[in-house]
Structures are given as structure tokens and as C-alpha cells.
Design a protein around this ligand. Structure first.
Ligand SMILES: Cc1cc2nc3c(=O)[nH]c(=O)nc-3n(C[C@H](O)[C@H](O)[C@H](O)COP(=O)(O)OP(=O)(O)OC[C@H]3O[C@@H](n4cnc5c(N)ncnc54)[C@H](O)[C@@H]3O)c2cc1C
Length: 497
């Protein structure tokens, strides 16, 4: 019998679950508190300009990638998605050197060897091992196993994914990427800063904390395909929302879920206007830190110790700048994606490491002819921002620091800047409903990842979780996998390979 579902949150996770469940004939209602679909991968507009809120670099659109597999499953034509595969994924600027991240693995290693000739052999051996581990992990992930396995079927699914070569991964489970760097004598080198810059953006931790198996996958993933999406990644959210609506889903913007009450196995969700929505299942795509506000005390206690403990754990915040730029020579010659690390000692937060995404010169969705838009982000730690006065000062300080980082690489940059808008943690909290503006899920350390990550299942009947706090974690590809696990657990159906 087809069932009813309430999905809280209209980001990529919630909309992936909505589209897949509606496609299967279930009665789907999505409540999204903001006025836009896409959440952290959404957009906002200012006059003729459009800005991606946070996520900009697309992955998973290649053949066999998770977005491609889900779109195929839903019969959404991939050709409709305006994506452009990047052969040069990004430029990474360390103090005194610039490295181009090439999609081709050989070219990539050559580029690193050119940047660090004194470590040539070590870097080559490091990547040989890293690519070997990543290939085995990718093979394991094809069937999208669930971690941590909670049911007989999930254990069977995991065992089914294993083969002889995956057993050779066992020694790497207790290791970090830092261990791998140490093995190749690369730990105390600027090359480590390059690796840390990649990891902090994708895994939210540096090499000394990052779980080796997932870290290798993250450091390899752009070689499978990294994409510029015309307009921005919100296009994915919009396609999924349209598909869910086309299959009878009721999708509502401007509806903040404030309370969830269980009567037996049925749920009632109440929004901020006092409207009640009843359903057989509830799927929350929000960070788990929201759960204490949504659930009754009894239900919160029933979630169990591990999940309850996580609801009190802090994650990174972000500070973002949204720039309107004139198309000067400097801008025309800039790569679309760049990282700048300004710290000699390899600090990766508070403006010492920034990620910049520029709109393509032909992208008329983001800016009119002669202009571009740019989103710049850095990780921040709220302990520096506690009091109101400190917060306002810190915001100005951080904006100046981020612009100074860009000027350190592009001294003429200021000539291009027409407007700067700032997205500090309070703005993130307001627009994405994330408590304290926490973003990116839990850092993928050994304590938070793989068998220690949070399952999409909860101990409450018919209450499911997806989003970047849940296995396998952040990024539009990570949250899509989590949403698929919810779909598959409810329906018993699988994605074709
Ligand atoms: C600055 C930044 C840069 C990033 N860059 C990239 C990148 O380049 N590539 C990439 O793949 N990933 C990137 N990411 C990560 C990626 O954006 C996220 O992991 C992913 O989009 C999270 O999706 P989600 O659906 O889990 O959560 P969200 O996107 O946060 O969606 C949750 C939705 O729920 C809504 N909501 C919240 N509370 C309520 C409520 N009570 N009731 C109803 N609705 C509610 C929110 O408004 C939001 O729309 C980036 C993230 C950030 C912050």
C-alpha cells in the first residue's frame, strides 16, 4: 500500500527523497522554511545578478555518478542539466606557489611534482597508493551500501559489496590521511597544506584527523568528474522539485516545521503558522542539532544515546562573500574555481583558506554581459564571534581578510569589484534554518565516519534522517546517497547501476 510522507527541508537531500518517493507513487509533502529550493546548494538574486548560496562545484554528473543514476532512475533527461565538465578543476594558491588540479590523474601528479620537485618520488608513491585505495573504495560504493549497518539486509548489502580486493582496505580503517602522508615522509612539508586545503573543503577536517579511506576517496573524486553548472547547483534542486510536483507531491515554500508529535506509528508535523500535516512517515533532512527543538522530550530520549549526543555537537560555521564583478582582464583570465591558502603554517579556517567560485563568462543566468558573480567562502569557528559587539567587528575583519587573500594573488582585483554582500553565520541561520549557522555536517574524522557515522534509521517508528549529518556526509553527492538510503529502506527498491 502506498504511504504518506512529510519531508522537512527542501535542500538537495530532502528533494532527492521527495522526488524518488513521489516517483514511486507515495503521497509526499515537503515543508521548506525559506522562499527558495536548494538550501546550502540554493541561490538568491539581487537585481540582474544571481548568486549560489554556498555549493558551487558539481560532482556526480558523470556516467555512474550519483546524480546521474538518480536522474536516470527518475527519467529526468541529464541533457537538460547545463553542466560543463572541467579538465582543469581549480587552481590552488599556496604562499609562493600555484598548483592546477587536473582531472586527468597523470597530469595532476605531474603538476604536483612540478610544484614540489624536491619531493618528486614521495609524491608519486603517495598518489599511487591513494589512487589504489580510492579505486577499491569506489568499487565498494557502486552498490551504495549503508553504514553503519543496522538490519540483516543492510549487513547482507555490505557483505555483497565486498570482494577480495576490498579486504586489503582493512588496515586503512583505523588510519588517517596523516598516517598516509607520514608513510611517504610528506608530513612536515607544504605539500601537506595542499592536501589539507582539499580535505577541509570536502571532509571538514585536516589530514591528521581525516579518516584515511574516505579521505582518499575525497582526494580522488574530482578525477571522476568535476562540473560547472550554469546558473548554479540550484538547478539540481529545481529539477527534483519539479519532478516531485509532477508526480503529485505537495511542495511548500515558506513553511517552517516547528514540532513533530507521534501517535502510535503516525506523525503530525506542525508548521510555524499552526498548520498540522499528518503522515505515516517523517523524513528530516535537517542537521541533527535541530532535533531537540522538533521532538517531544520522550521521543528525543527514545532516539538513543549516540544520536542524542550528536544533537549537542558543534560543527563548523561559514562566512561567505557574494561579489558582483565587472569583467576586467584580471577576471577574464581567472579560473572558475580557486582556493587560496595564505597561512605559511597551514591554518585552514578564519579566512586563512578561502574557496572562490566565479561565474562563467557565458553564464547569462548569473550575470549580464560584461559582468560576473563570485561566491567566496571560508570556515569559521564561532568561539571568536560570541558577543554581539565582537560579532559585528569580526564580520568586518573577516570580510577584509578574505578580500586581502584575493588581493595577495590578484593585486588588480579591487578594480573589478562593484558590490560585496556578506553571509555571516546569523544570515546562514536565517536563510538555511541551520542552528547557529552550522554547515557541512560532522568532520569526517575516524570517530564520525564510516561505521561511526549516523544512520538514516532512527529508533522512532517511521522517522528517518538524511542530510549532511548522516552517512555518508556532506556535498550534494553525499546527501543524495543518504536520501536514496531512506527511499530504499521505505520502499525496498534499489537504484539500477
Ligand atoms: C559555503 C559552502 C560551500 C559548499 N560547497 C560545495 C560544493 O562546491 N559542492 C558540493 O557538492 N557541496 C558543497 N557544499 C555542501 C553542500 O552544499 C551541502 O552538503 C548540501 O547542499 C546539504 O544539503 P541538505 O539538503 O542536507 O541541507 P540544506 O541544503 O541545508 O537543506 C536543508 C533545507 O531545510 C530547510 N529547513 C531548515 N529548517 C527547516 C524547518 N524547521 N522546516 C522546514 N525547512 C527547514 C532549509 O531552509 C534548507 O533549504 C558547500 C556547503 C557550504 C556551506
Amino acid at each position: 500500500m502506498k504511504e504518506s510522507m512529510i519531508i522537512i527541508g527542501g535542500g538537495v537531500a530532502g528533494l532527492t527523497a521527495a522526488a524518488m518517493l513521489a516517483n514511486d507513487g507515495h503521497q509526499v509533502t515537503v515543508l521548506e522554511q525559506s522562499r527558495e529550493w536548494g538550501g546550502c546548494a540554493g541561490k538568491f538574486s539581487r537585481k540582474k545578478f544571481l548568486f549560489p548560496v554556498g555549493a558551487t562545484l558539481g560532482m556526480g554528473f558523470e556516467e555512474g555518478g550519483i546524480h546521474e543514476r538518480i536522474f536516470n532512475h527518475l527519467h529526468i533527461p541529464m541533457q537538460e542539466l547545463p553542466v560543463q565538465k572541467l579538465e582543469e578543476v581549480m587552481n590552488i594558491h599556496l604562499p609562493n606557489k600555484t598548483i592546477t588540479f587536473h582531472r586527468d590523474r597523470n597530469e595532476h601528479v605531474e603538476s604536483l611534482v612540478r610544484a614540489f620537485p624536491e619531493h618528486k618520488q614521495k609524491i608519486m608513491r603517495f598518489y599511487q597508493k591513494l589512487y589504489e585505495i580510492a579505486a577499491k573504495v569506489r568499487a565498494l560504493m557502486v552498490e551504495l551500501p549503508v553504514l553503519p549497518p543496522q538490519t540483516r539486509n543492510e549487513w547482507l548489502g555490505l557483505l555483497h559489496s565486498l570482494n577480495v580486493s576490498s579486504l586489503t582496505l582493512l588496515p586503512y580503517f583505523p588510519k588517517t590521511v596523516g598516517h598516509l602522508l607520514k608513510k611517504f615522509d610528506l608530513l612536515n612539508t607544504p605539500f601537506k597544506h595542499f592536501i589539507d586545503g582539499q580535505l577541509i573543503d570536502s571532509m571538514q577536517v585536516k589530514s591528521e584527523q581525516c579518516a584515511c579511506i574516505l579521505g582518499c576517496l575525497a582526494l580522488d573524486i574530482y578525477h571522476e568528474g568535476a562540473f560547472y553548472v550554469e546558473g548554479g547547483l540550484y538547478q539540481v534542486a529545481h529539477r527534483l522539485a519539479d519532478h516531485a510536483k509532477g508526480n503529485g507531491g505537495v511542495l511548500m515554500l515558506g513553511r517552517k516545521a516547528e514540532r513533530m508529535v507521534r501517535t502510535g506509528n503516525k506523525w503530525t508535523v506542525t508548521d510555524h503558522r499552526g498548520n498540522d500535516y499528518r503522515a505515516d512517515h517523517v523524513i528530516s533532512s535537517l542537521p541533527v542539532q535541530v532535533l531537540p527543538d522538533l521532538l517531544s522530550e520522550t521521543d528525543l530520549r527514545s532516539l538513543g544515546y549516540t544520536l542524542r549526543k550528536k544533537t549537542a555537537e558543534e560543527t563548523w560555521r561559514t562566512m561567505t562573500l557574494y561579489l558582483t564583478l565587472k569583467e576586467t582582464d584580471t577576471i577574464m583570465n581567472m579560473p572558475l574555481f580557486q582556493q587560496i591558502c595564505t597561512s605559511e603554517s597551514g591554518e585552514m579556517s578564519e579566512g586563512n583558506h578561502i574557496f572562490m567560485s566565479l561565474s562563467n563568462g557565458t553564464d547569462r543566468v548569473r550575470a549580464p554581459e560584461g559582468y560576473r558573480t563570485m561566491t567566496v567562502s571560508t570556515h569559521i569557528d564561532l568561539s571568536y564571534w560570541k558577543a554581539k559587539e565582537e560579532y559585528d567587528k569580526r564580520k568586518i575583519f573577516m570580510q577584509e581578510k578574505m578580500i586581502a587573500a584575493i588581493l595577495s594573488v590578484y593585486p588588480d582585483f579591487k578594480e573589478a569589484v562593484e558590490q560585496v554582500e556578506c553571509g555571516a553565520p546569523k544570515a546562514w541561520e536565517r536563510y538555511t534554518g541551520r542552528p547557529g549557522g552550522m554547515v557541512g555536517g560532522f568532520g569526517q574524522s575516524r570517530n564520525n565516519s564510516l561505521f561511526f557515522s549516523l544512520s538514516h534509521r532512527t529508533k522512532l517508528p517511521n522517522f528517518w534522517l538524511c542530510g549532511d549529518s548522516i552517512f555518508p556526509g556532506a556535498g550534494t553527492i553525499g546527501v543524495s546517497v543518504g536520501a536514496y538510503h531512506v527511499y530504499s529502506s521505505i520502499t525496498g527498491k534499489k537504484l539500477s547501476q
